[in-house]
Design a protein. Structure first.
Ligand code: GLP
Length: 235
């Protein structure tokens, strides 16, 4: 694991965007695994800027997102599909048909999870997976538990995650309690991984991820077993 301390959030965003840009320059047909949450917002705006300057070109890039809330249609303001459009896809020259997320409205969860896993396989796997991290050490929506999920699955969200994510929902709006998420196995099959974390509420999770025992109680700790992980963090 390469661990880089950034000076601040802007520096973190620029450094992470530079690594993603390098991946796109090396391979213009890259498959990028993308993340939601507040942490990657700065990375996405840096990428949009680099694209505007002609440094990177998304024309042949394909993206697969980590997760999506169950029960929210892609048009819902709080869906991750909408988040990705607002923060990145609408600002770069990516073909919308090359952007993929689990379908939060899928009727049959099992079929949807299999479809998503096959889609990623069919794309030849993920070249670079961007990850945020939950305060409890979750990645995607792989919450602390008894085992590591091998593939895309439907999962209930931990109380801490519901509390943390409720800030994005209006008063009276219910935070979805279920989501589709790539599994730990899906994430670990990515050829390289870039984890970003900002702020003191992530210190515990980050410490356990980097220095703690590998345990499904801290899902991100499994990244210690991956051969190409870069962590960029700031206070
Ligand atoms: C959500 C997402 C995760 C993300 C986490 C942290 O639960 N499913 O992928 O890493 O939030 O979000 P934030 O960056 O807002 O702290």
């Amino acid at each position: 694991m390469k661990v880089i301390k950034a000076a601040n959030y802007v520096d973190l965003s620029k450094k992470a965007a530079a690594l993603i840009a390098a991946q796109i320059i090396r391979d213009p047909s890259s498959v990028l695994g993308l993340a939601t949450g507040s942490t990657p917002v700065g990375v996405y705006s840096e990428l949009a800027e680099l694209c505007g300057q002609g440094v990177i070109d998304f024309a042949c890039v394909t993206t697969v997102n980590l997760d999506e809330y169950c029960g929210l249609p892609a048009e819902h303001p709080q869906s991750y599909a909408q988040f990705m459009r607002q923060k990145l896809f609408d600002h770069v020259n990516i073909a919308k048909s090359n952007t993929h997320l689990p379908d939060g409205m899928a009727k049959d969860a099992e079929v949807e999870c299999l479809r998503y896993e096959r889609l990623i396989e069919g794309l030849g796997g993920i070249d670079l997976q961007l990850l945020g991290i939950g305060r409890n050490g979750h990645i995607g929506f792989n919450e602390p538990g008894e085992s590591f999920a091998p593939g895309t699955h439907q999962t209930g969200l931990a109380k801490d995650t519901l509390d943390a994510n409720s800030r994005f929902f209006g008063p009276g709006e219910k935070v979805p309690t279920q989501a589709f998420s790539m599994g730990i196995g899906t994430i670990m099959r990515a050829r390289s991984i870039l984890l970003i974390a900002s702020g003191s509420d992530k210190t515990w999770a980050l410490d356990k991820t980097i220095n703690g025992p590998v345990t499904p109680q801290v899902p991100a700790s499994v990244l210690q077993f991956h051969r190409d992980v870069t962590v960029i963090y700031c206070d």
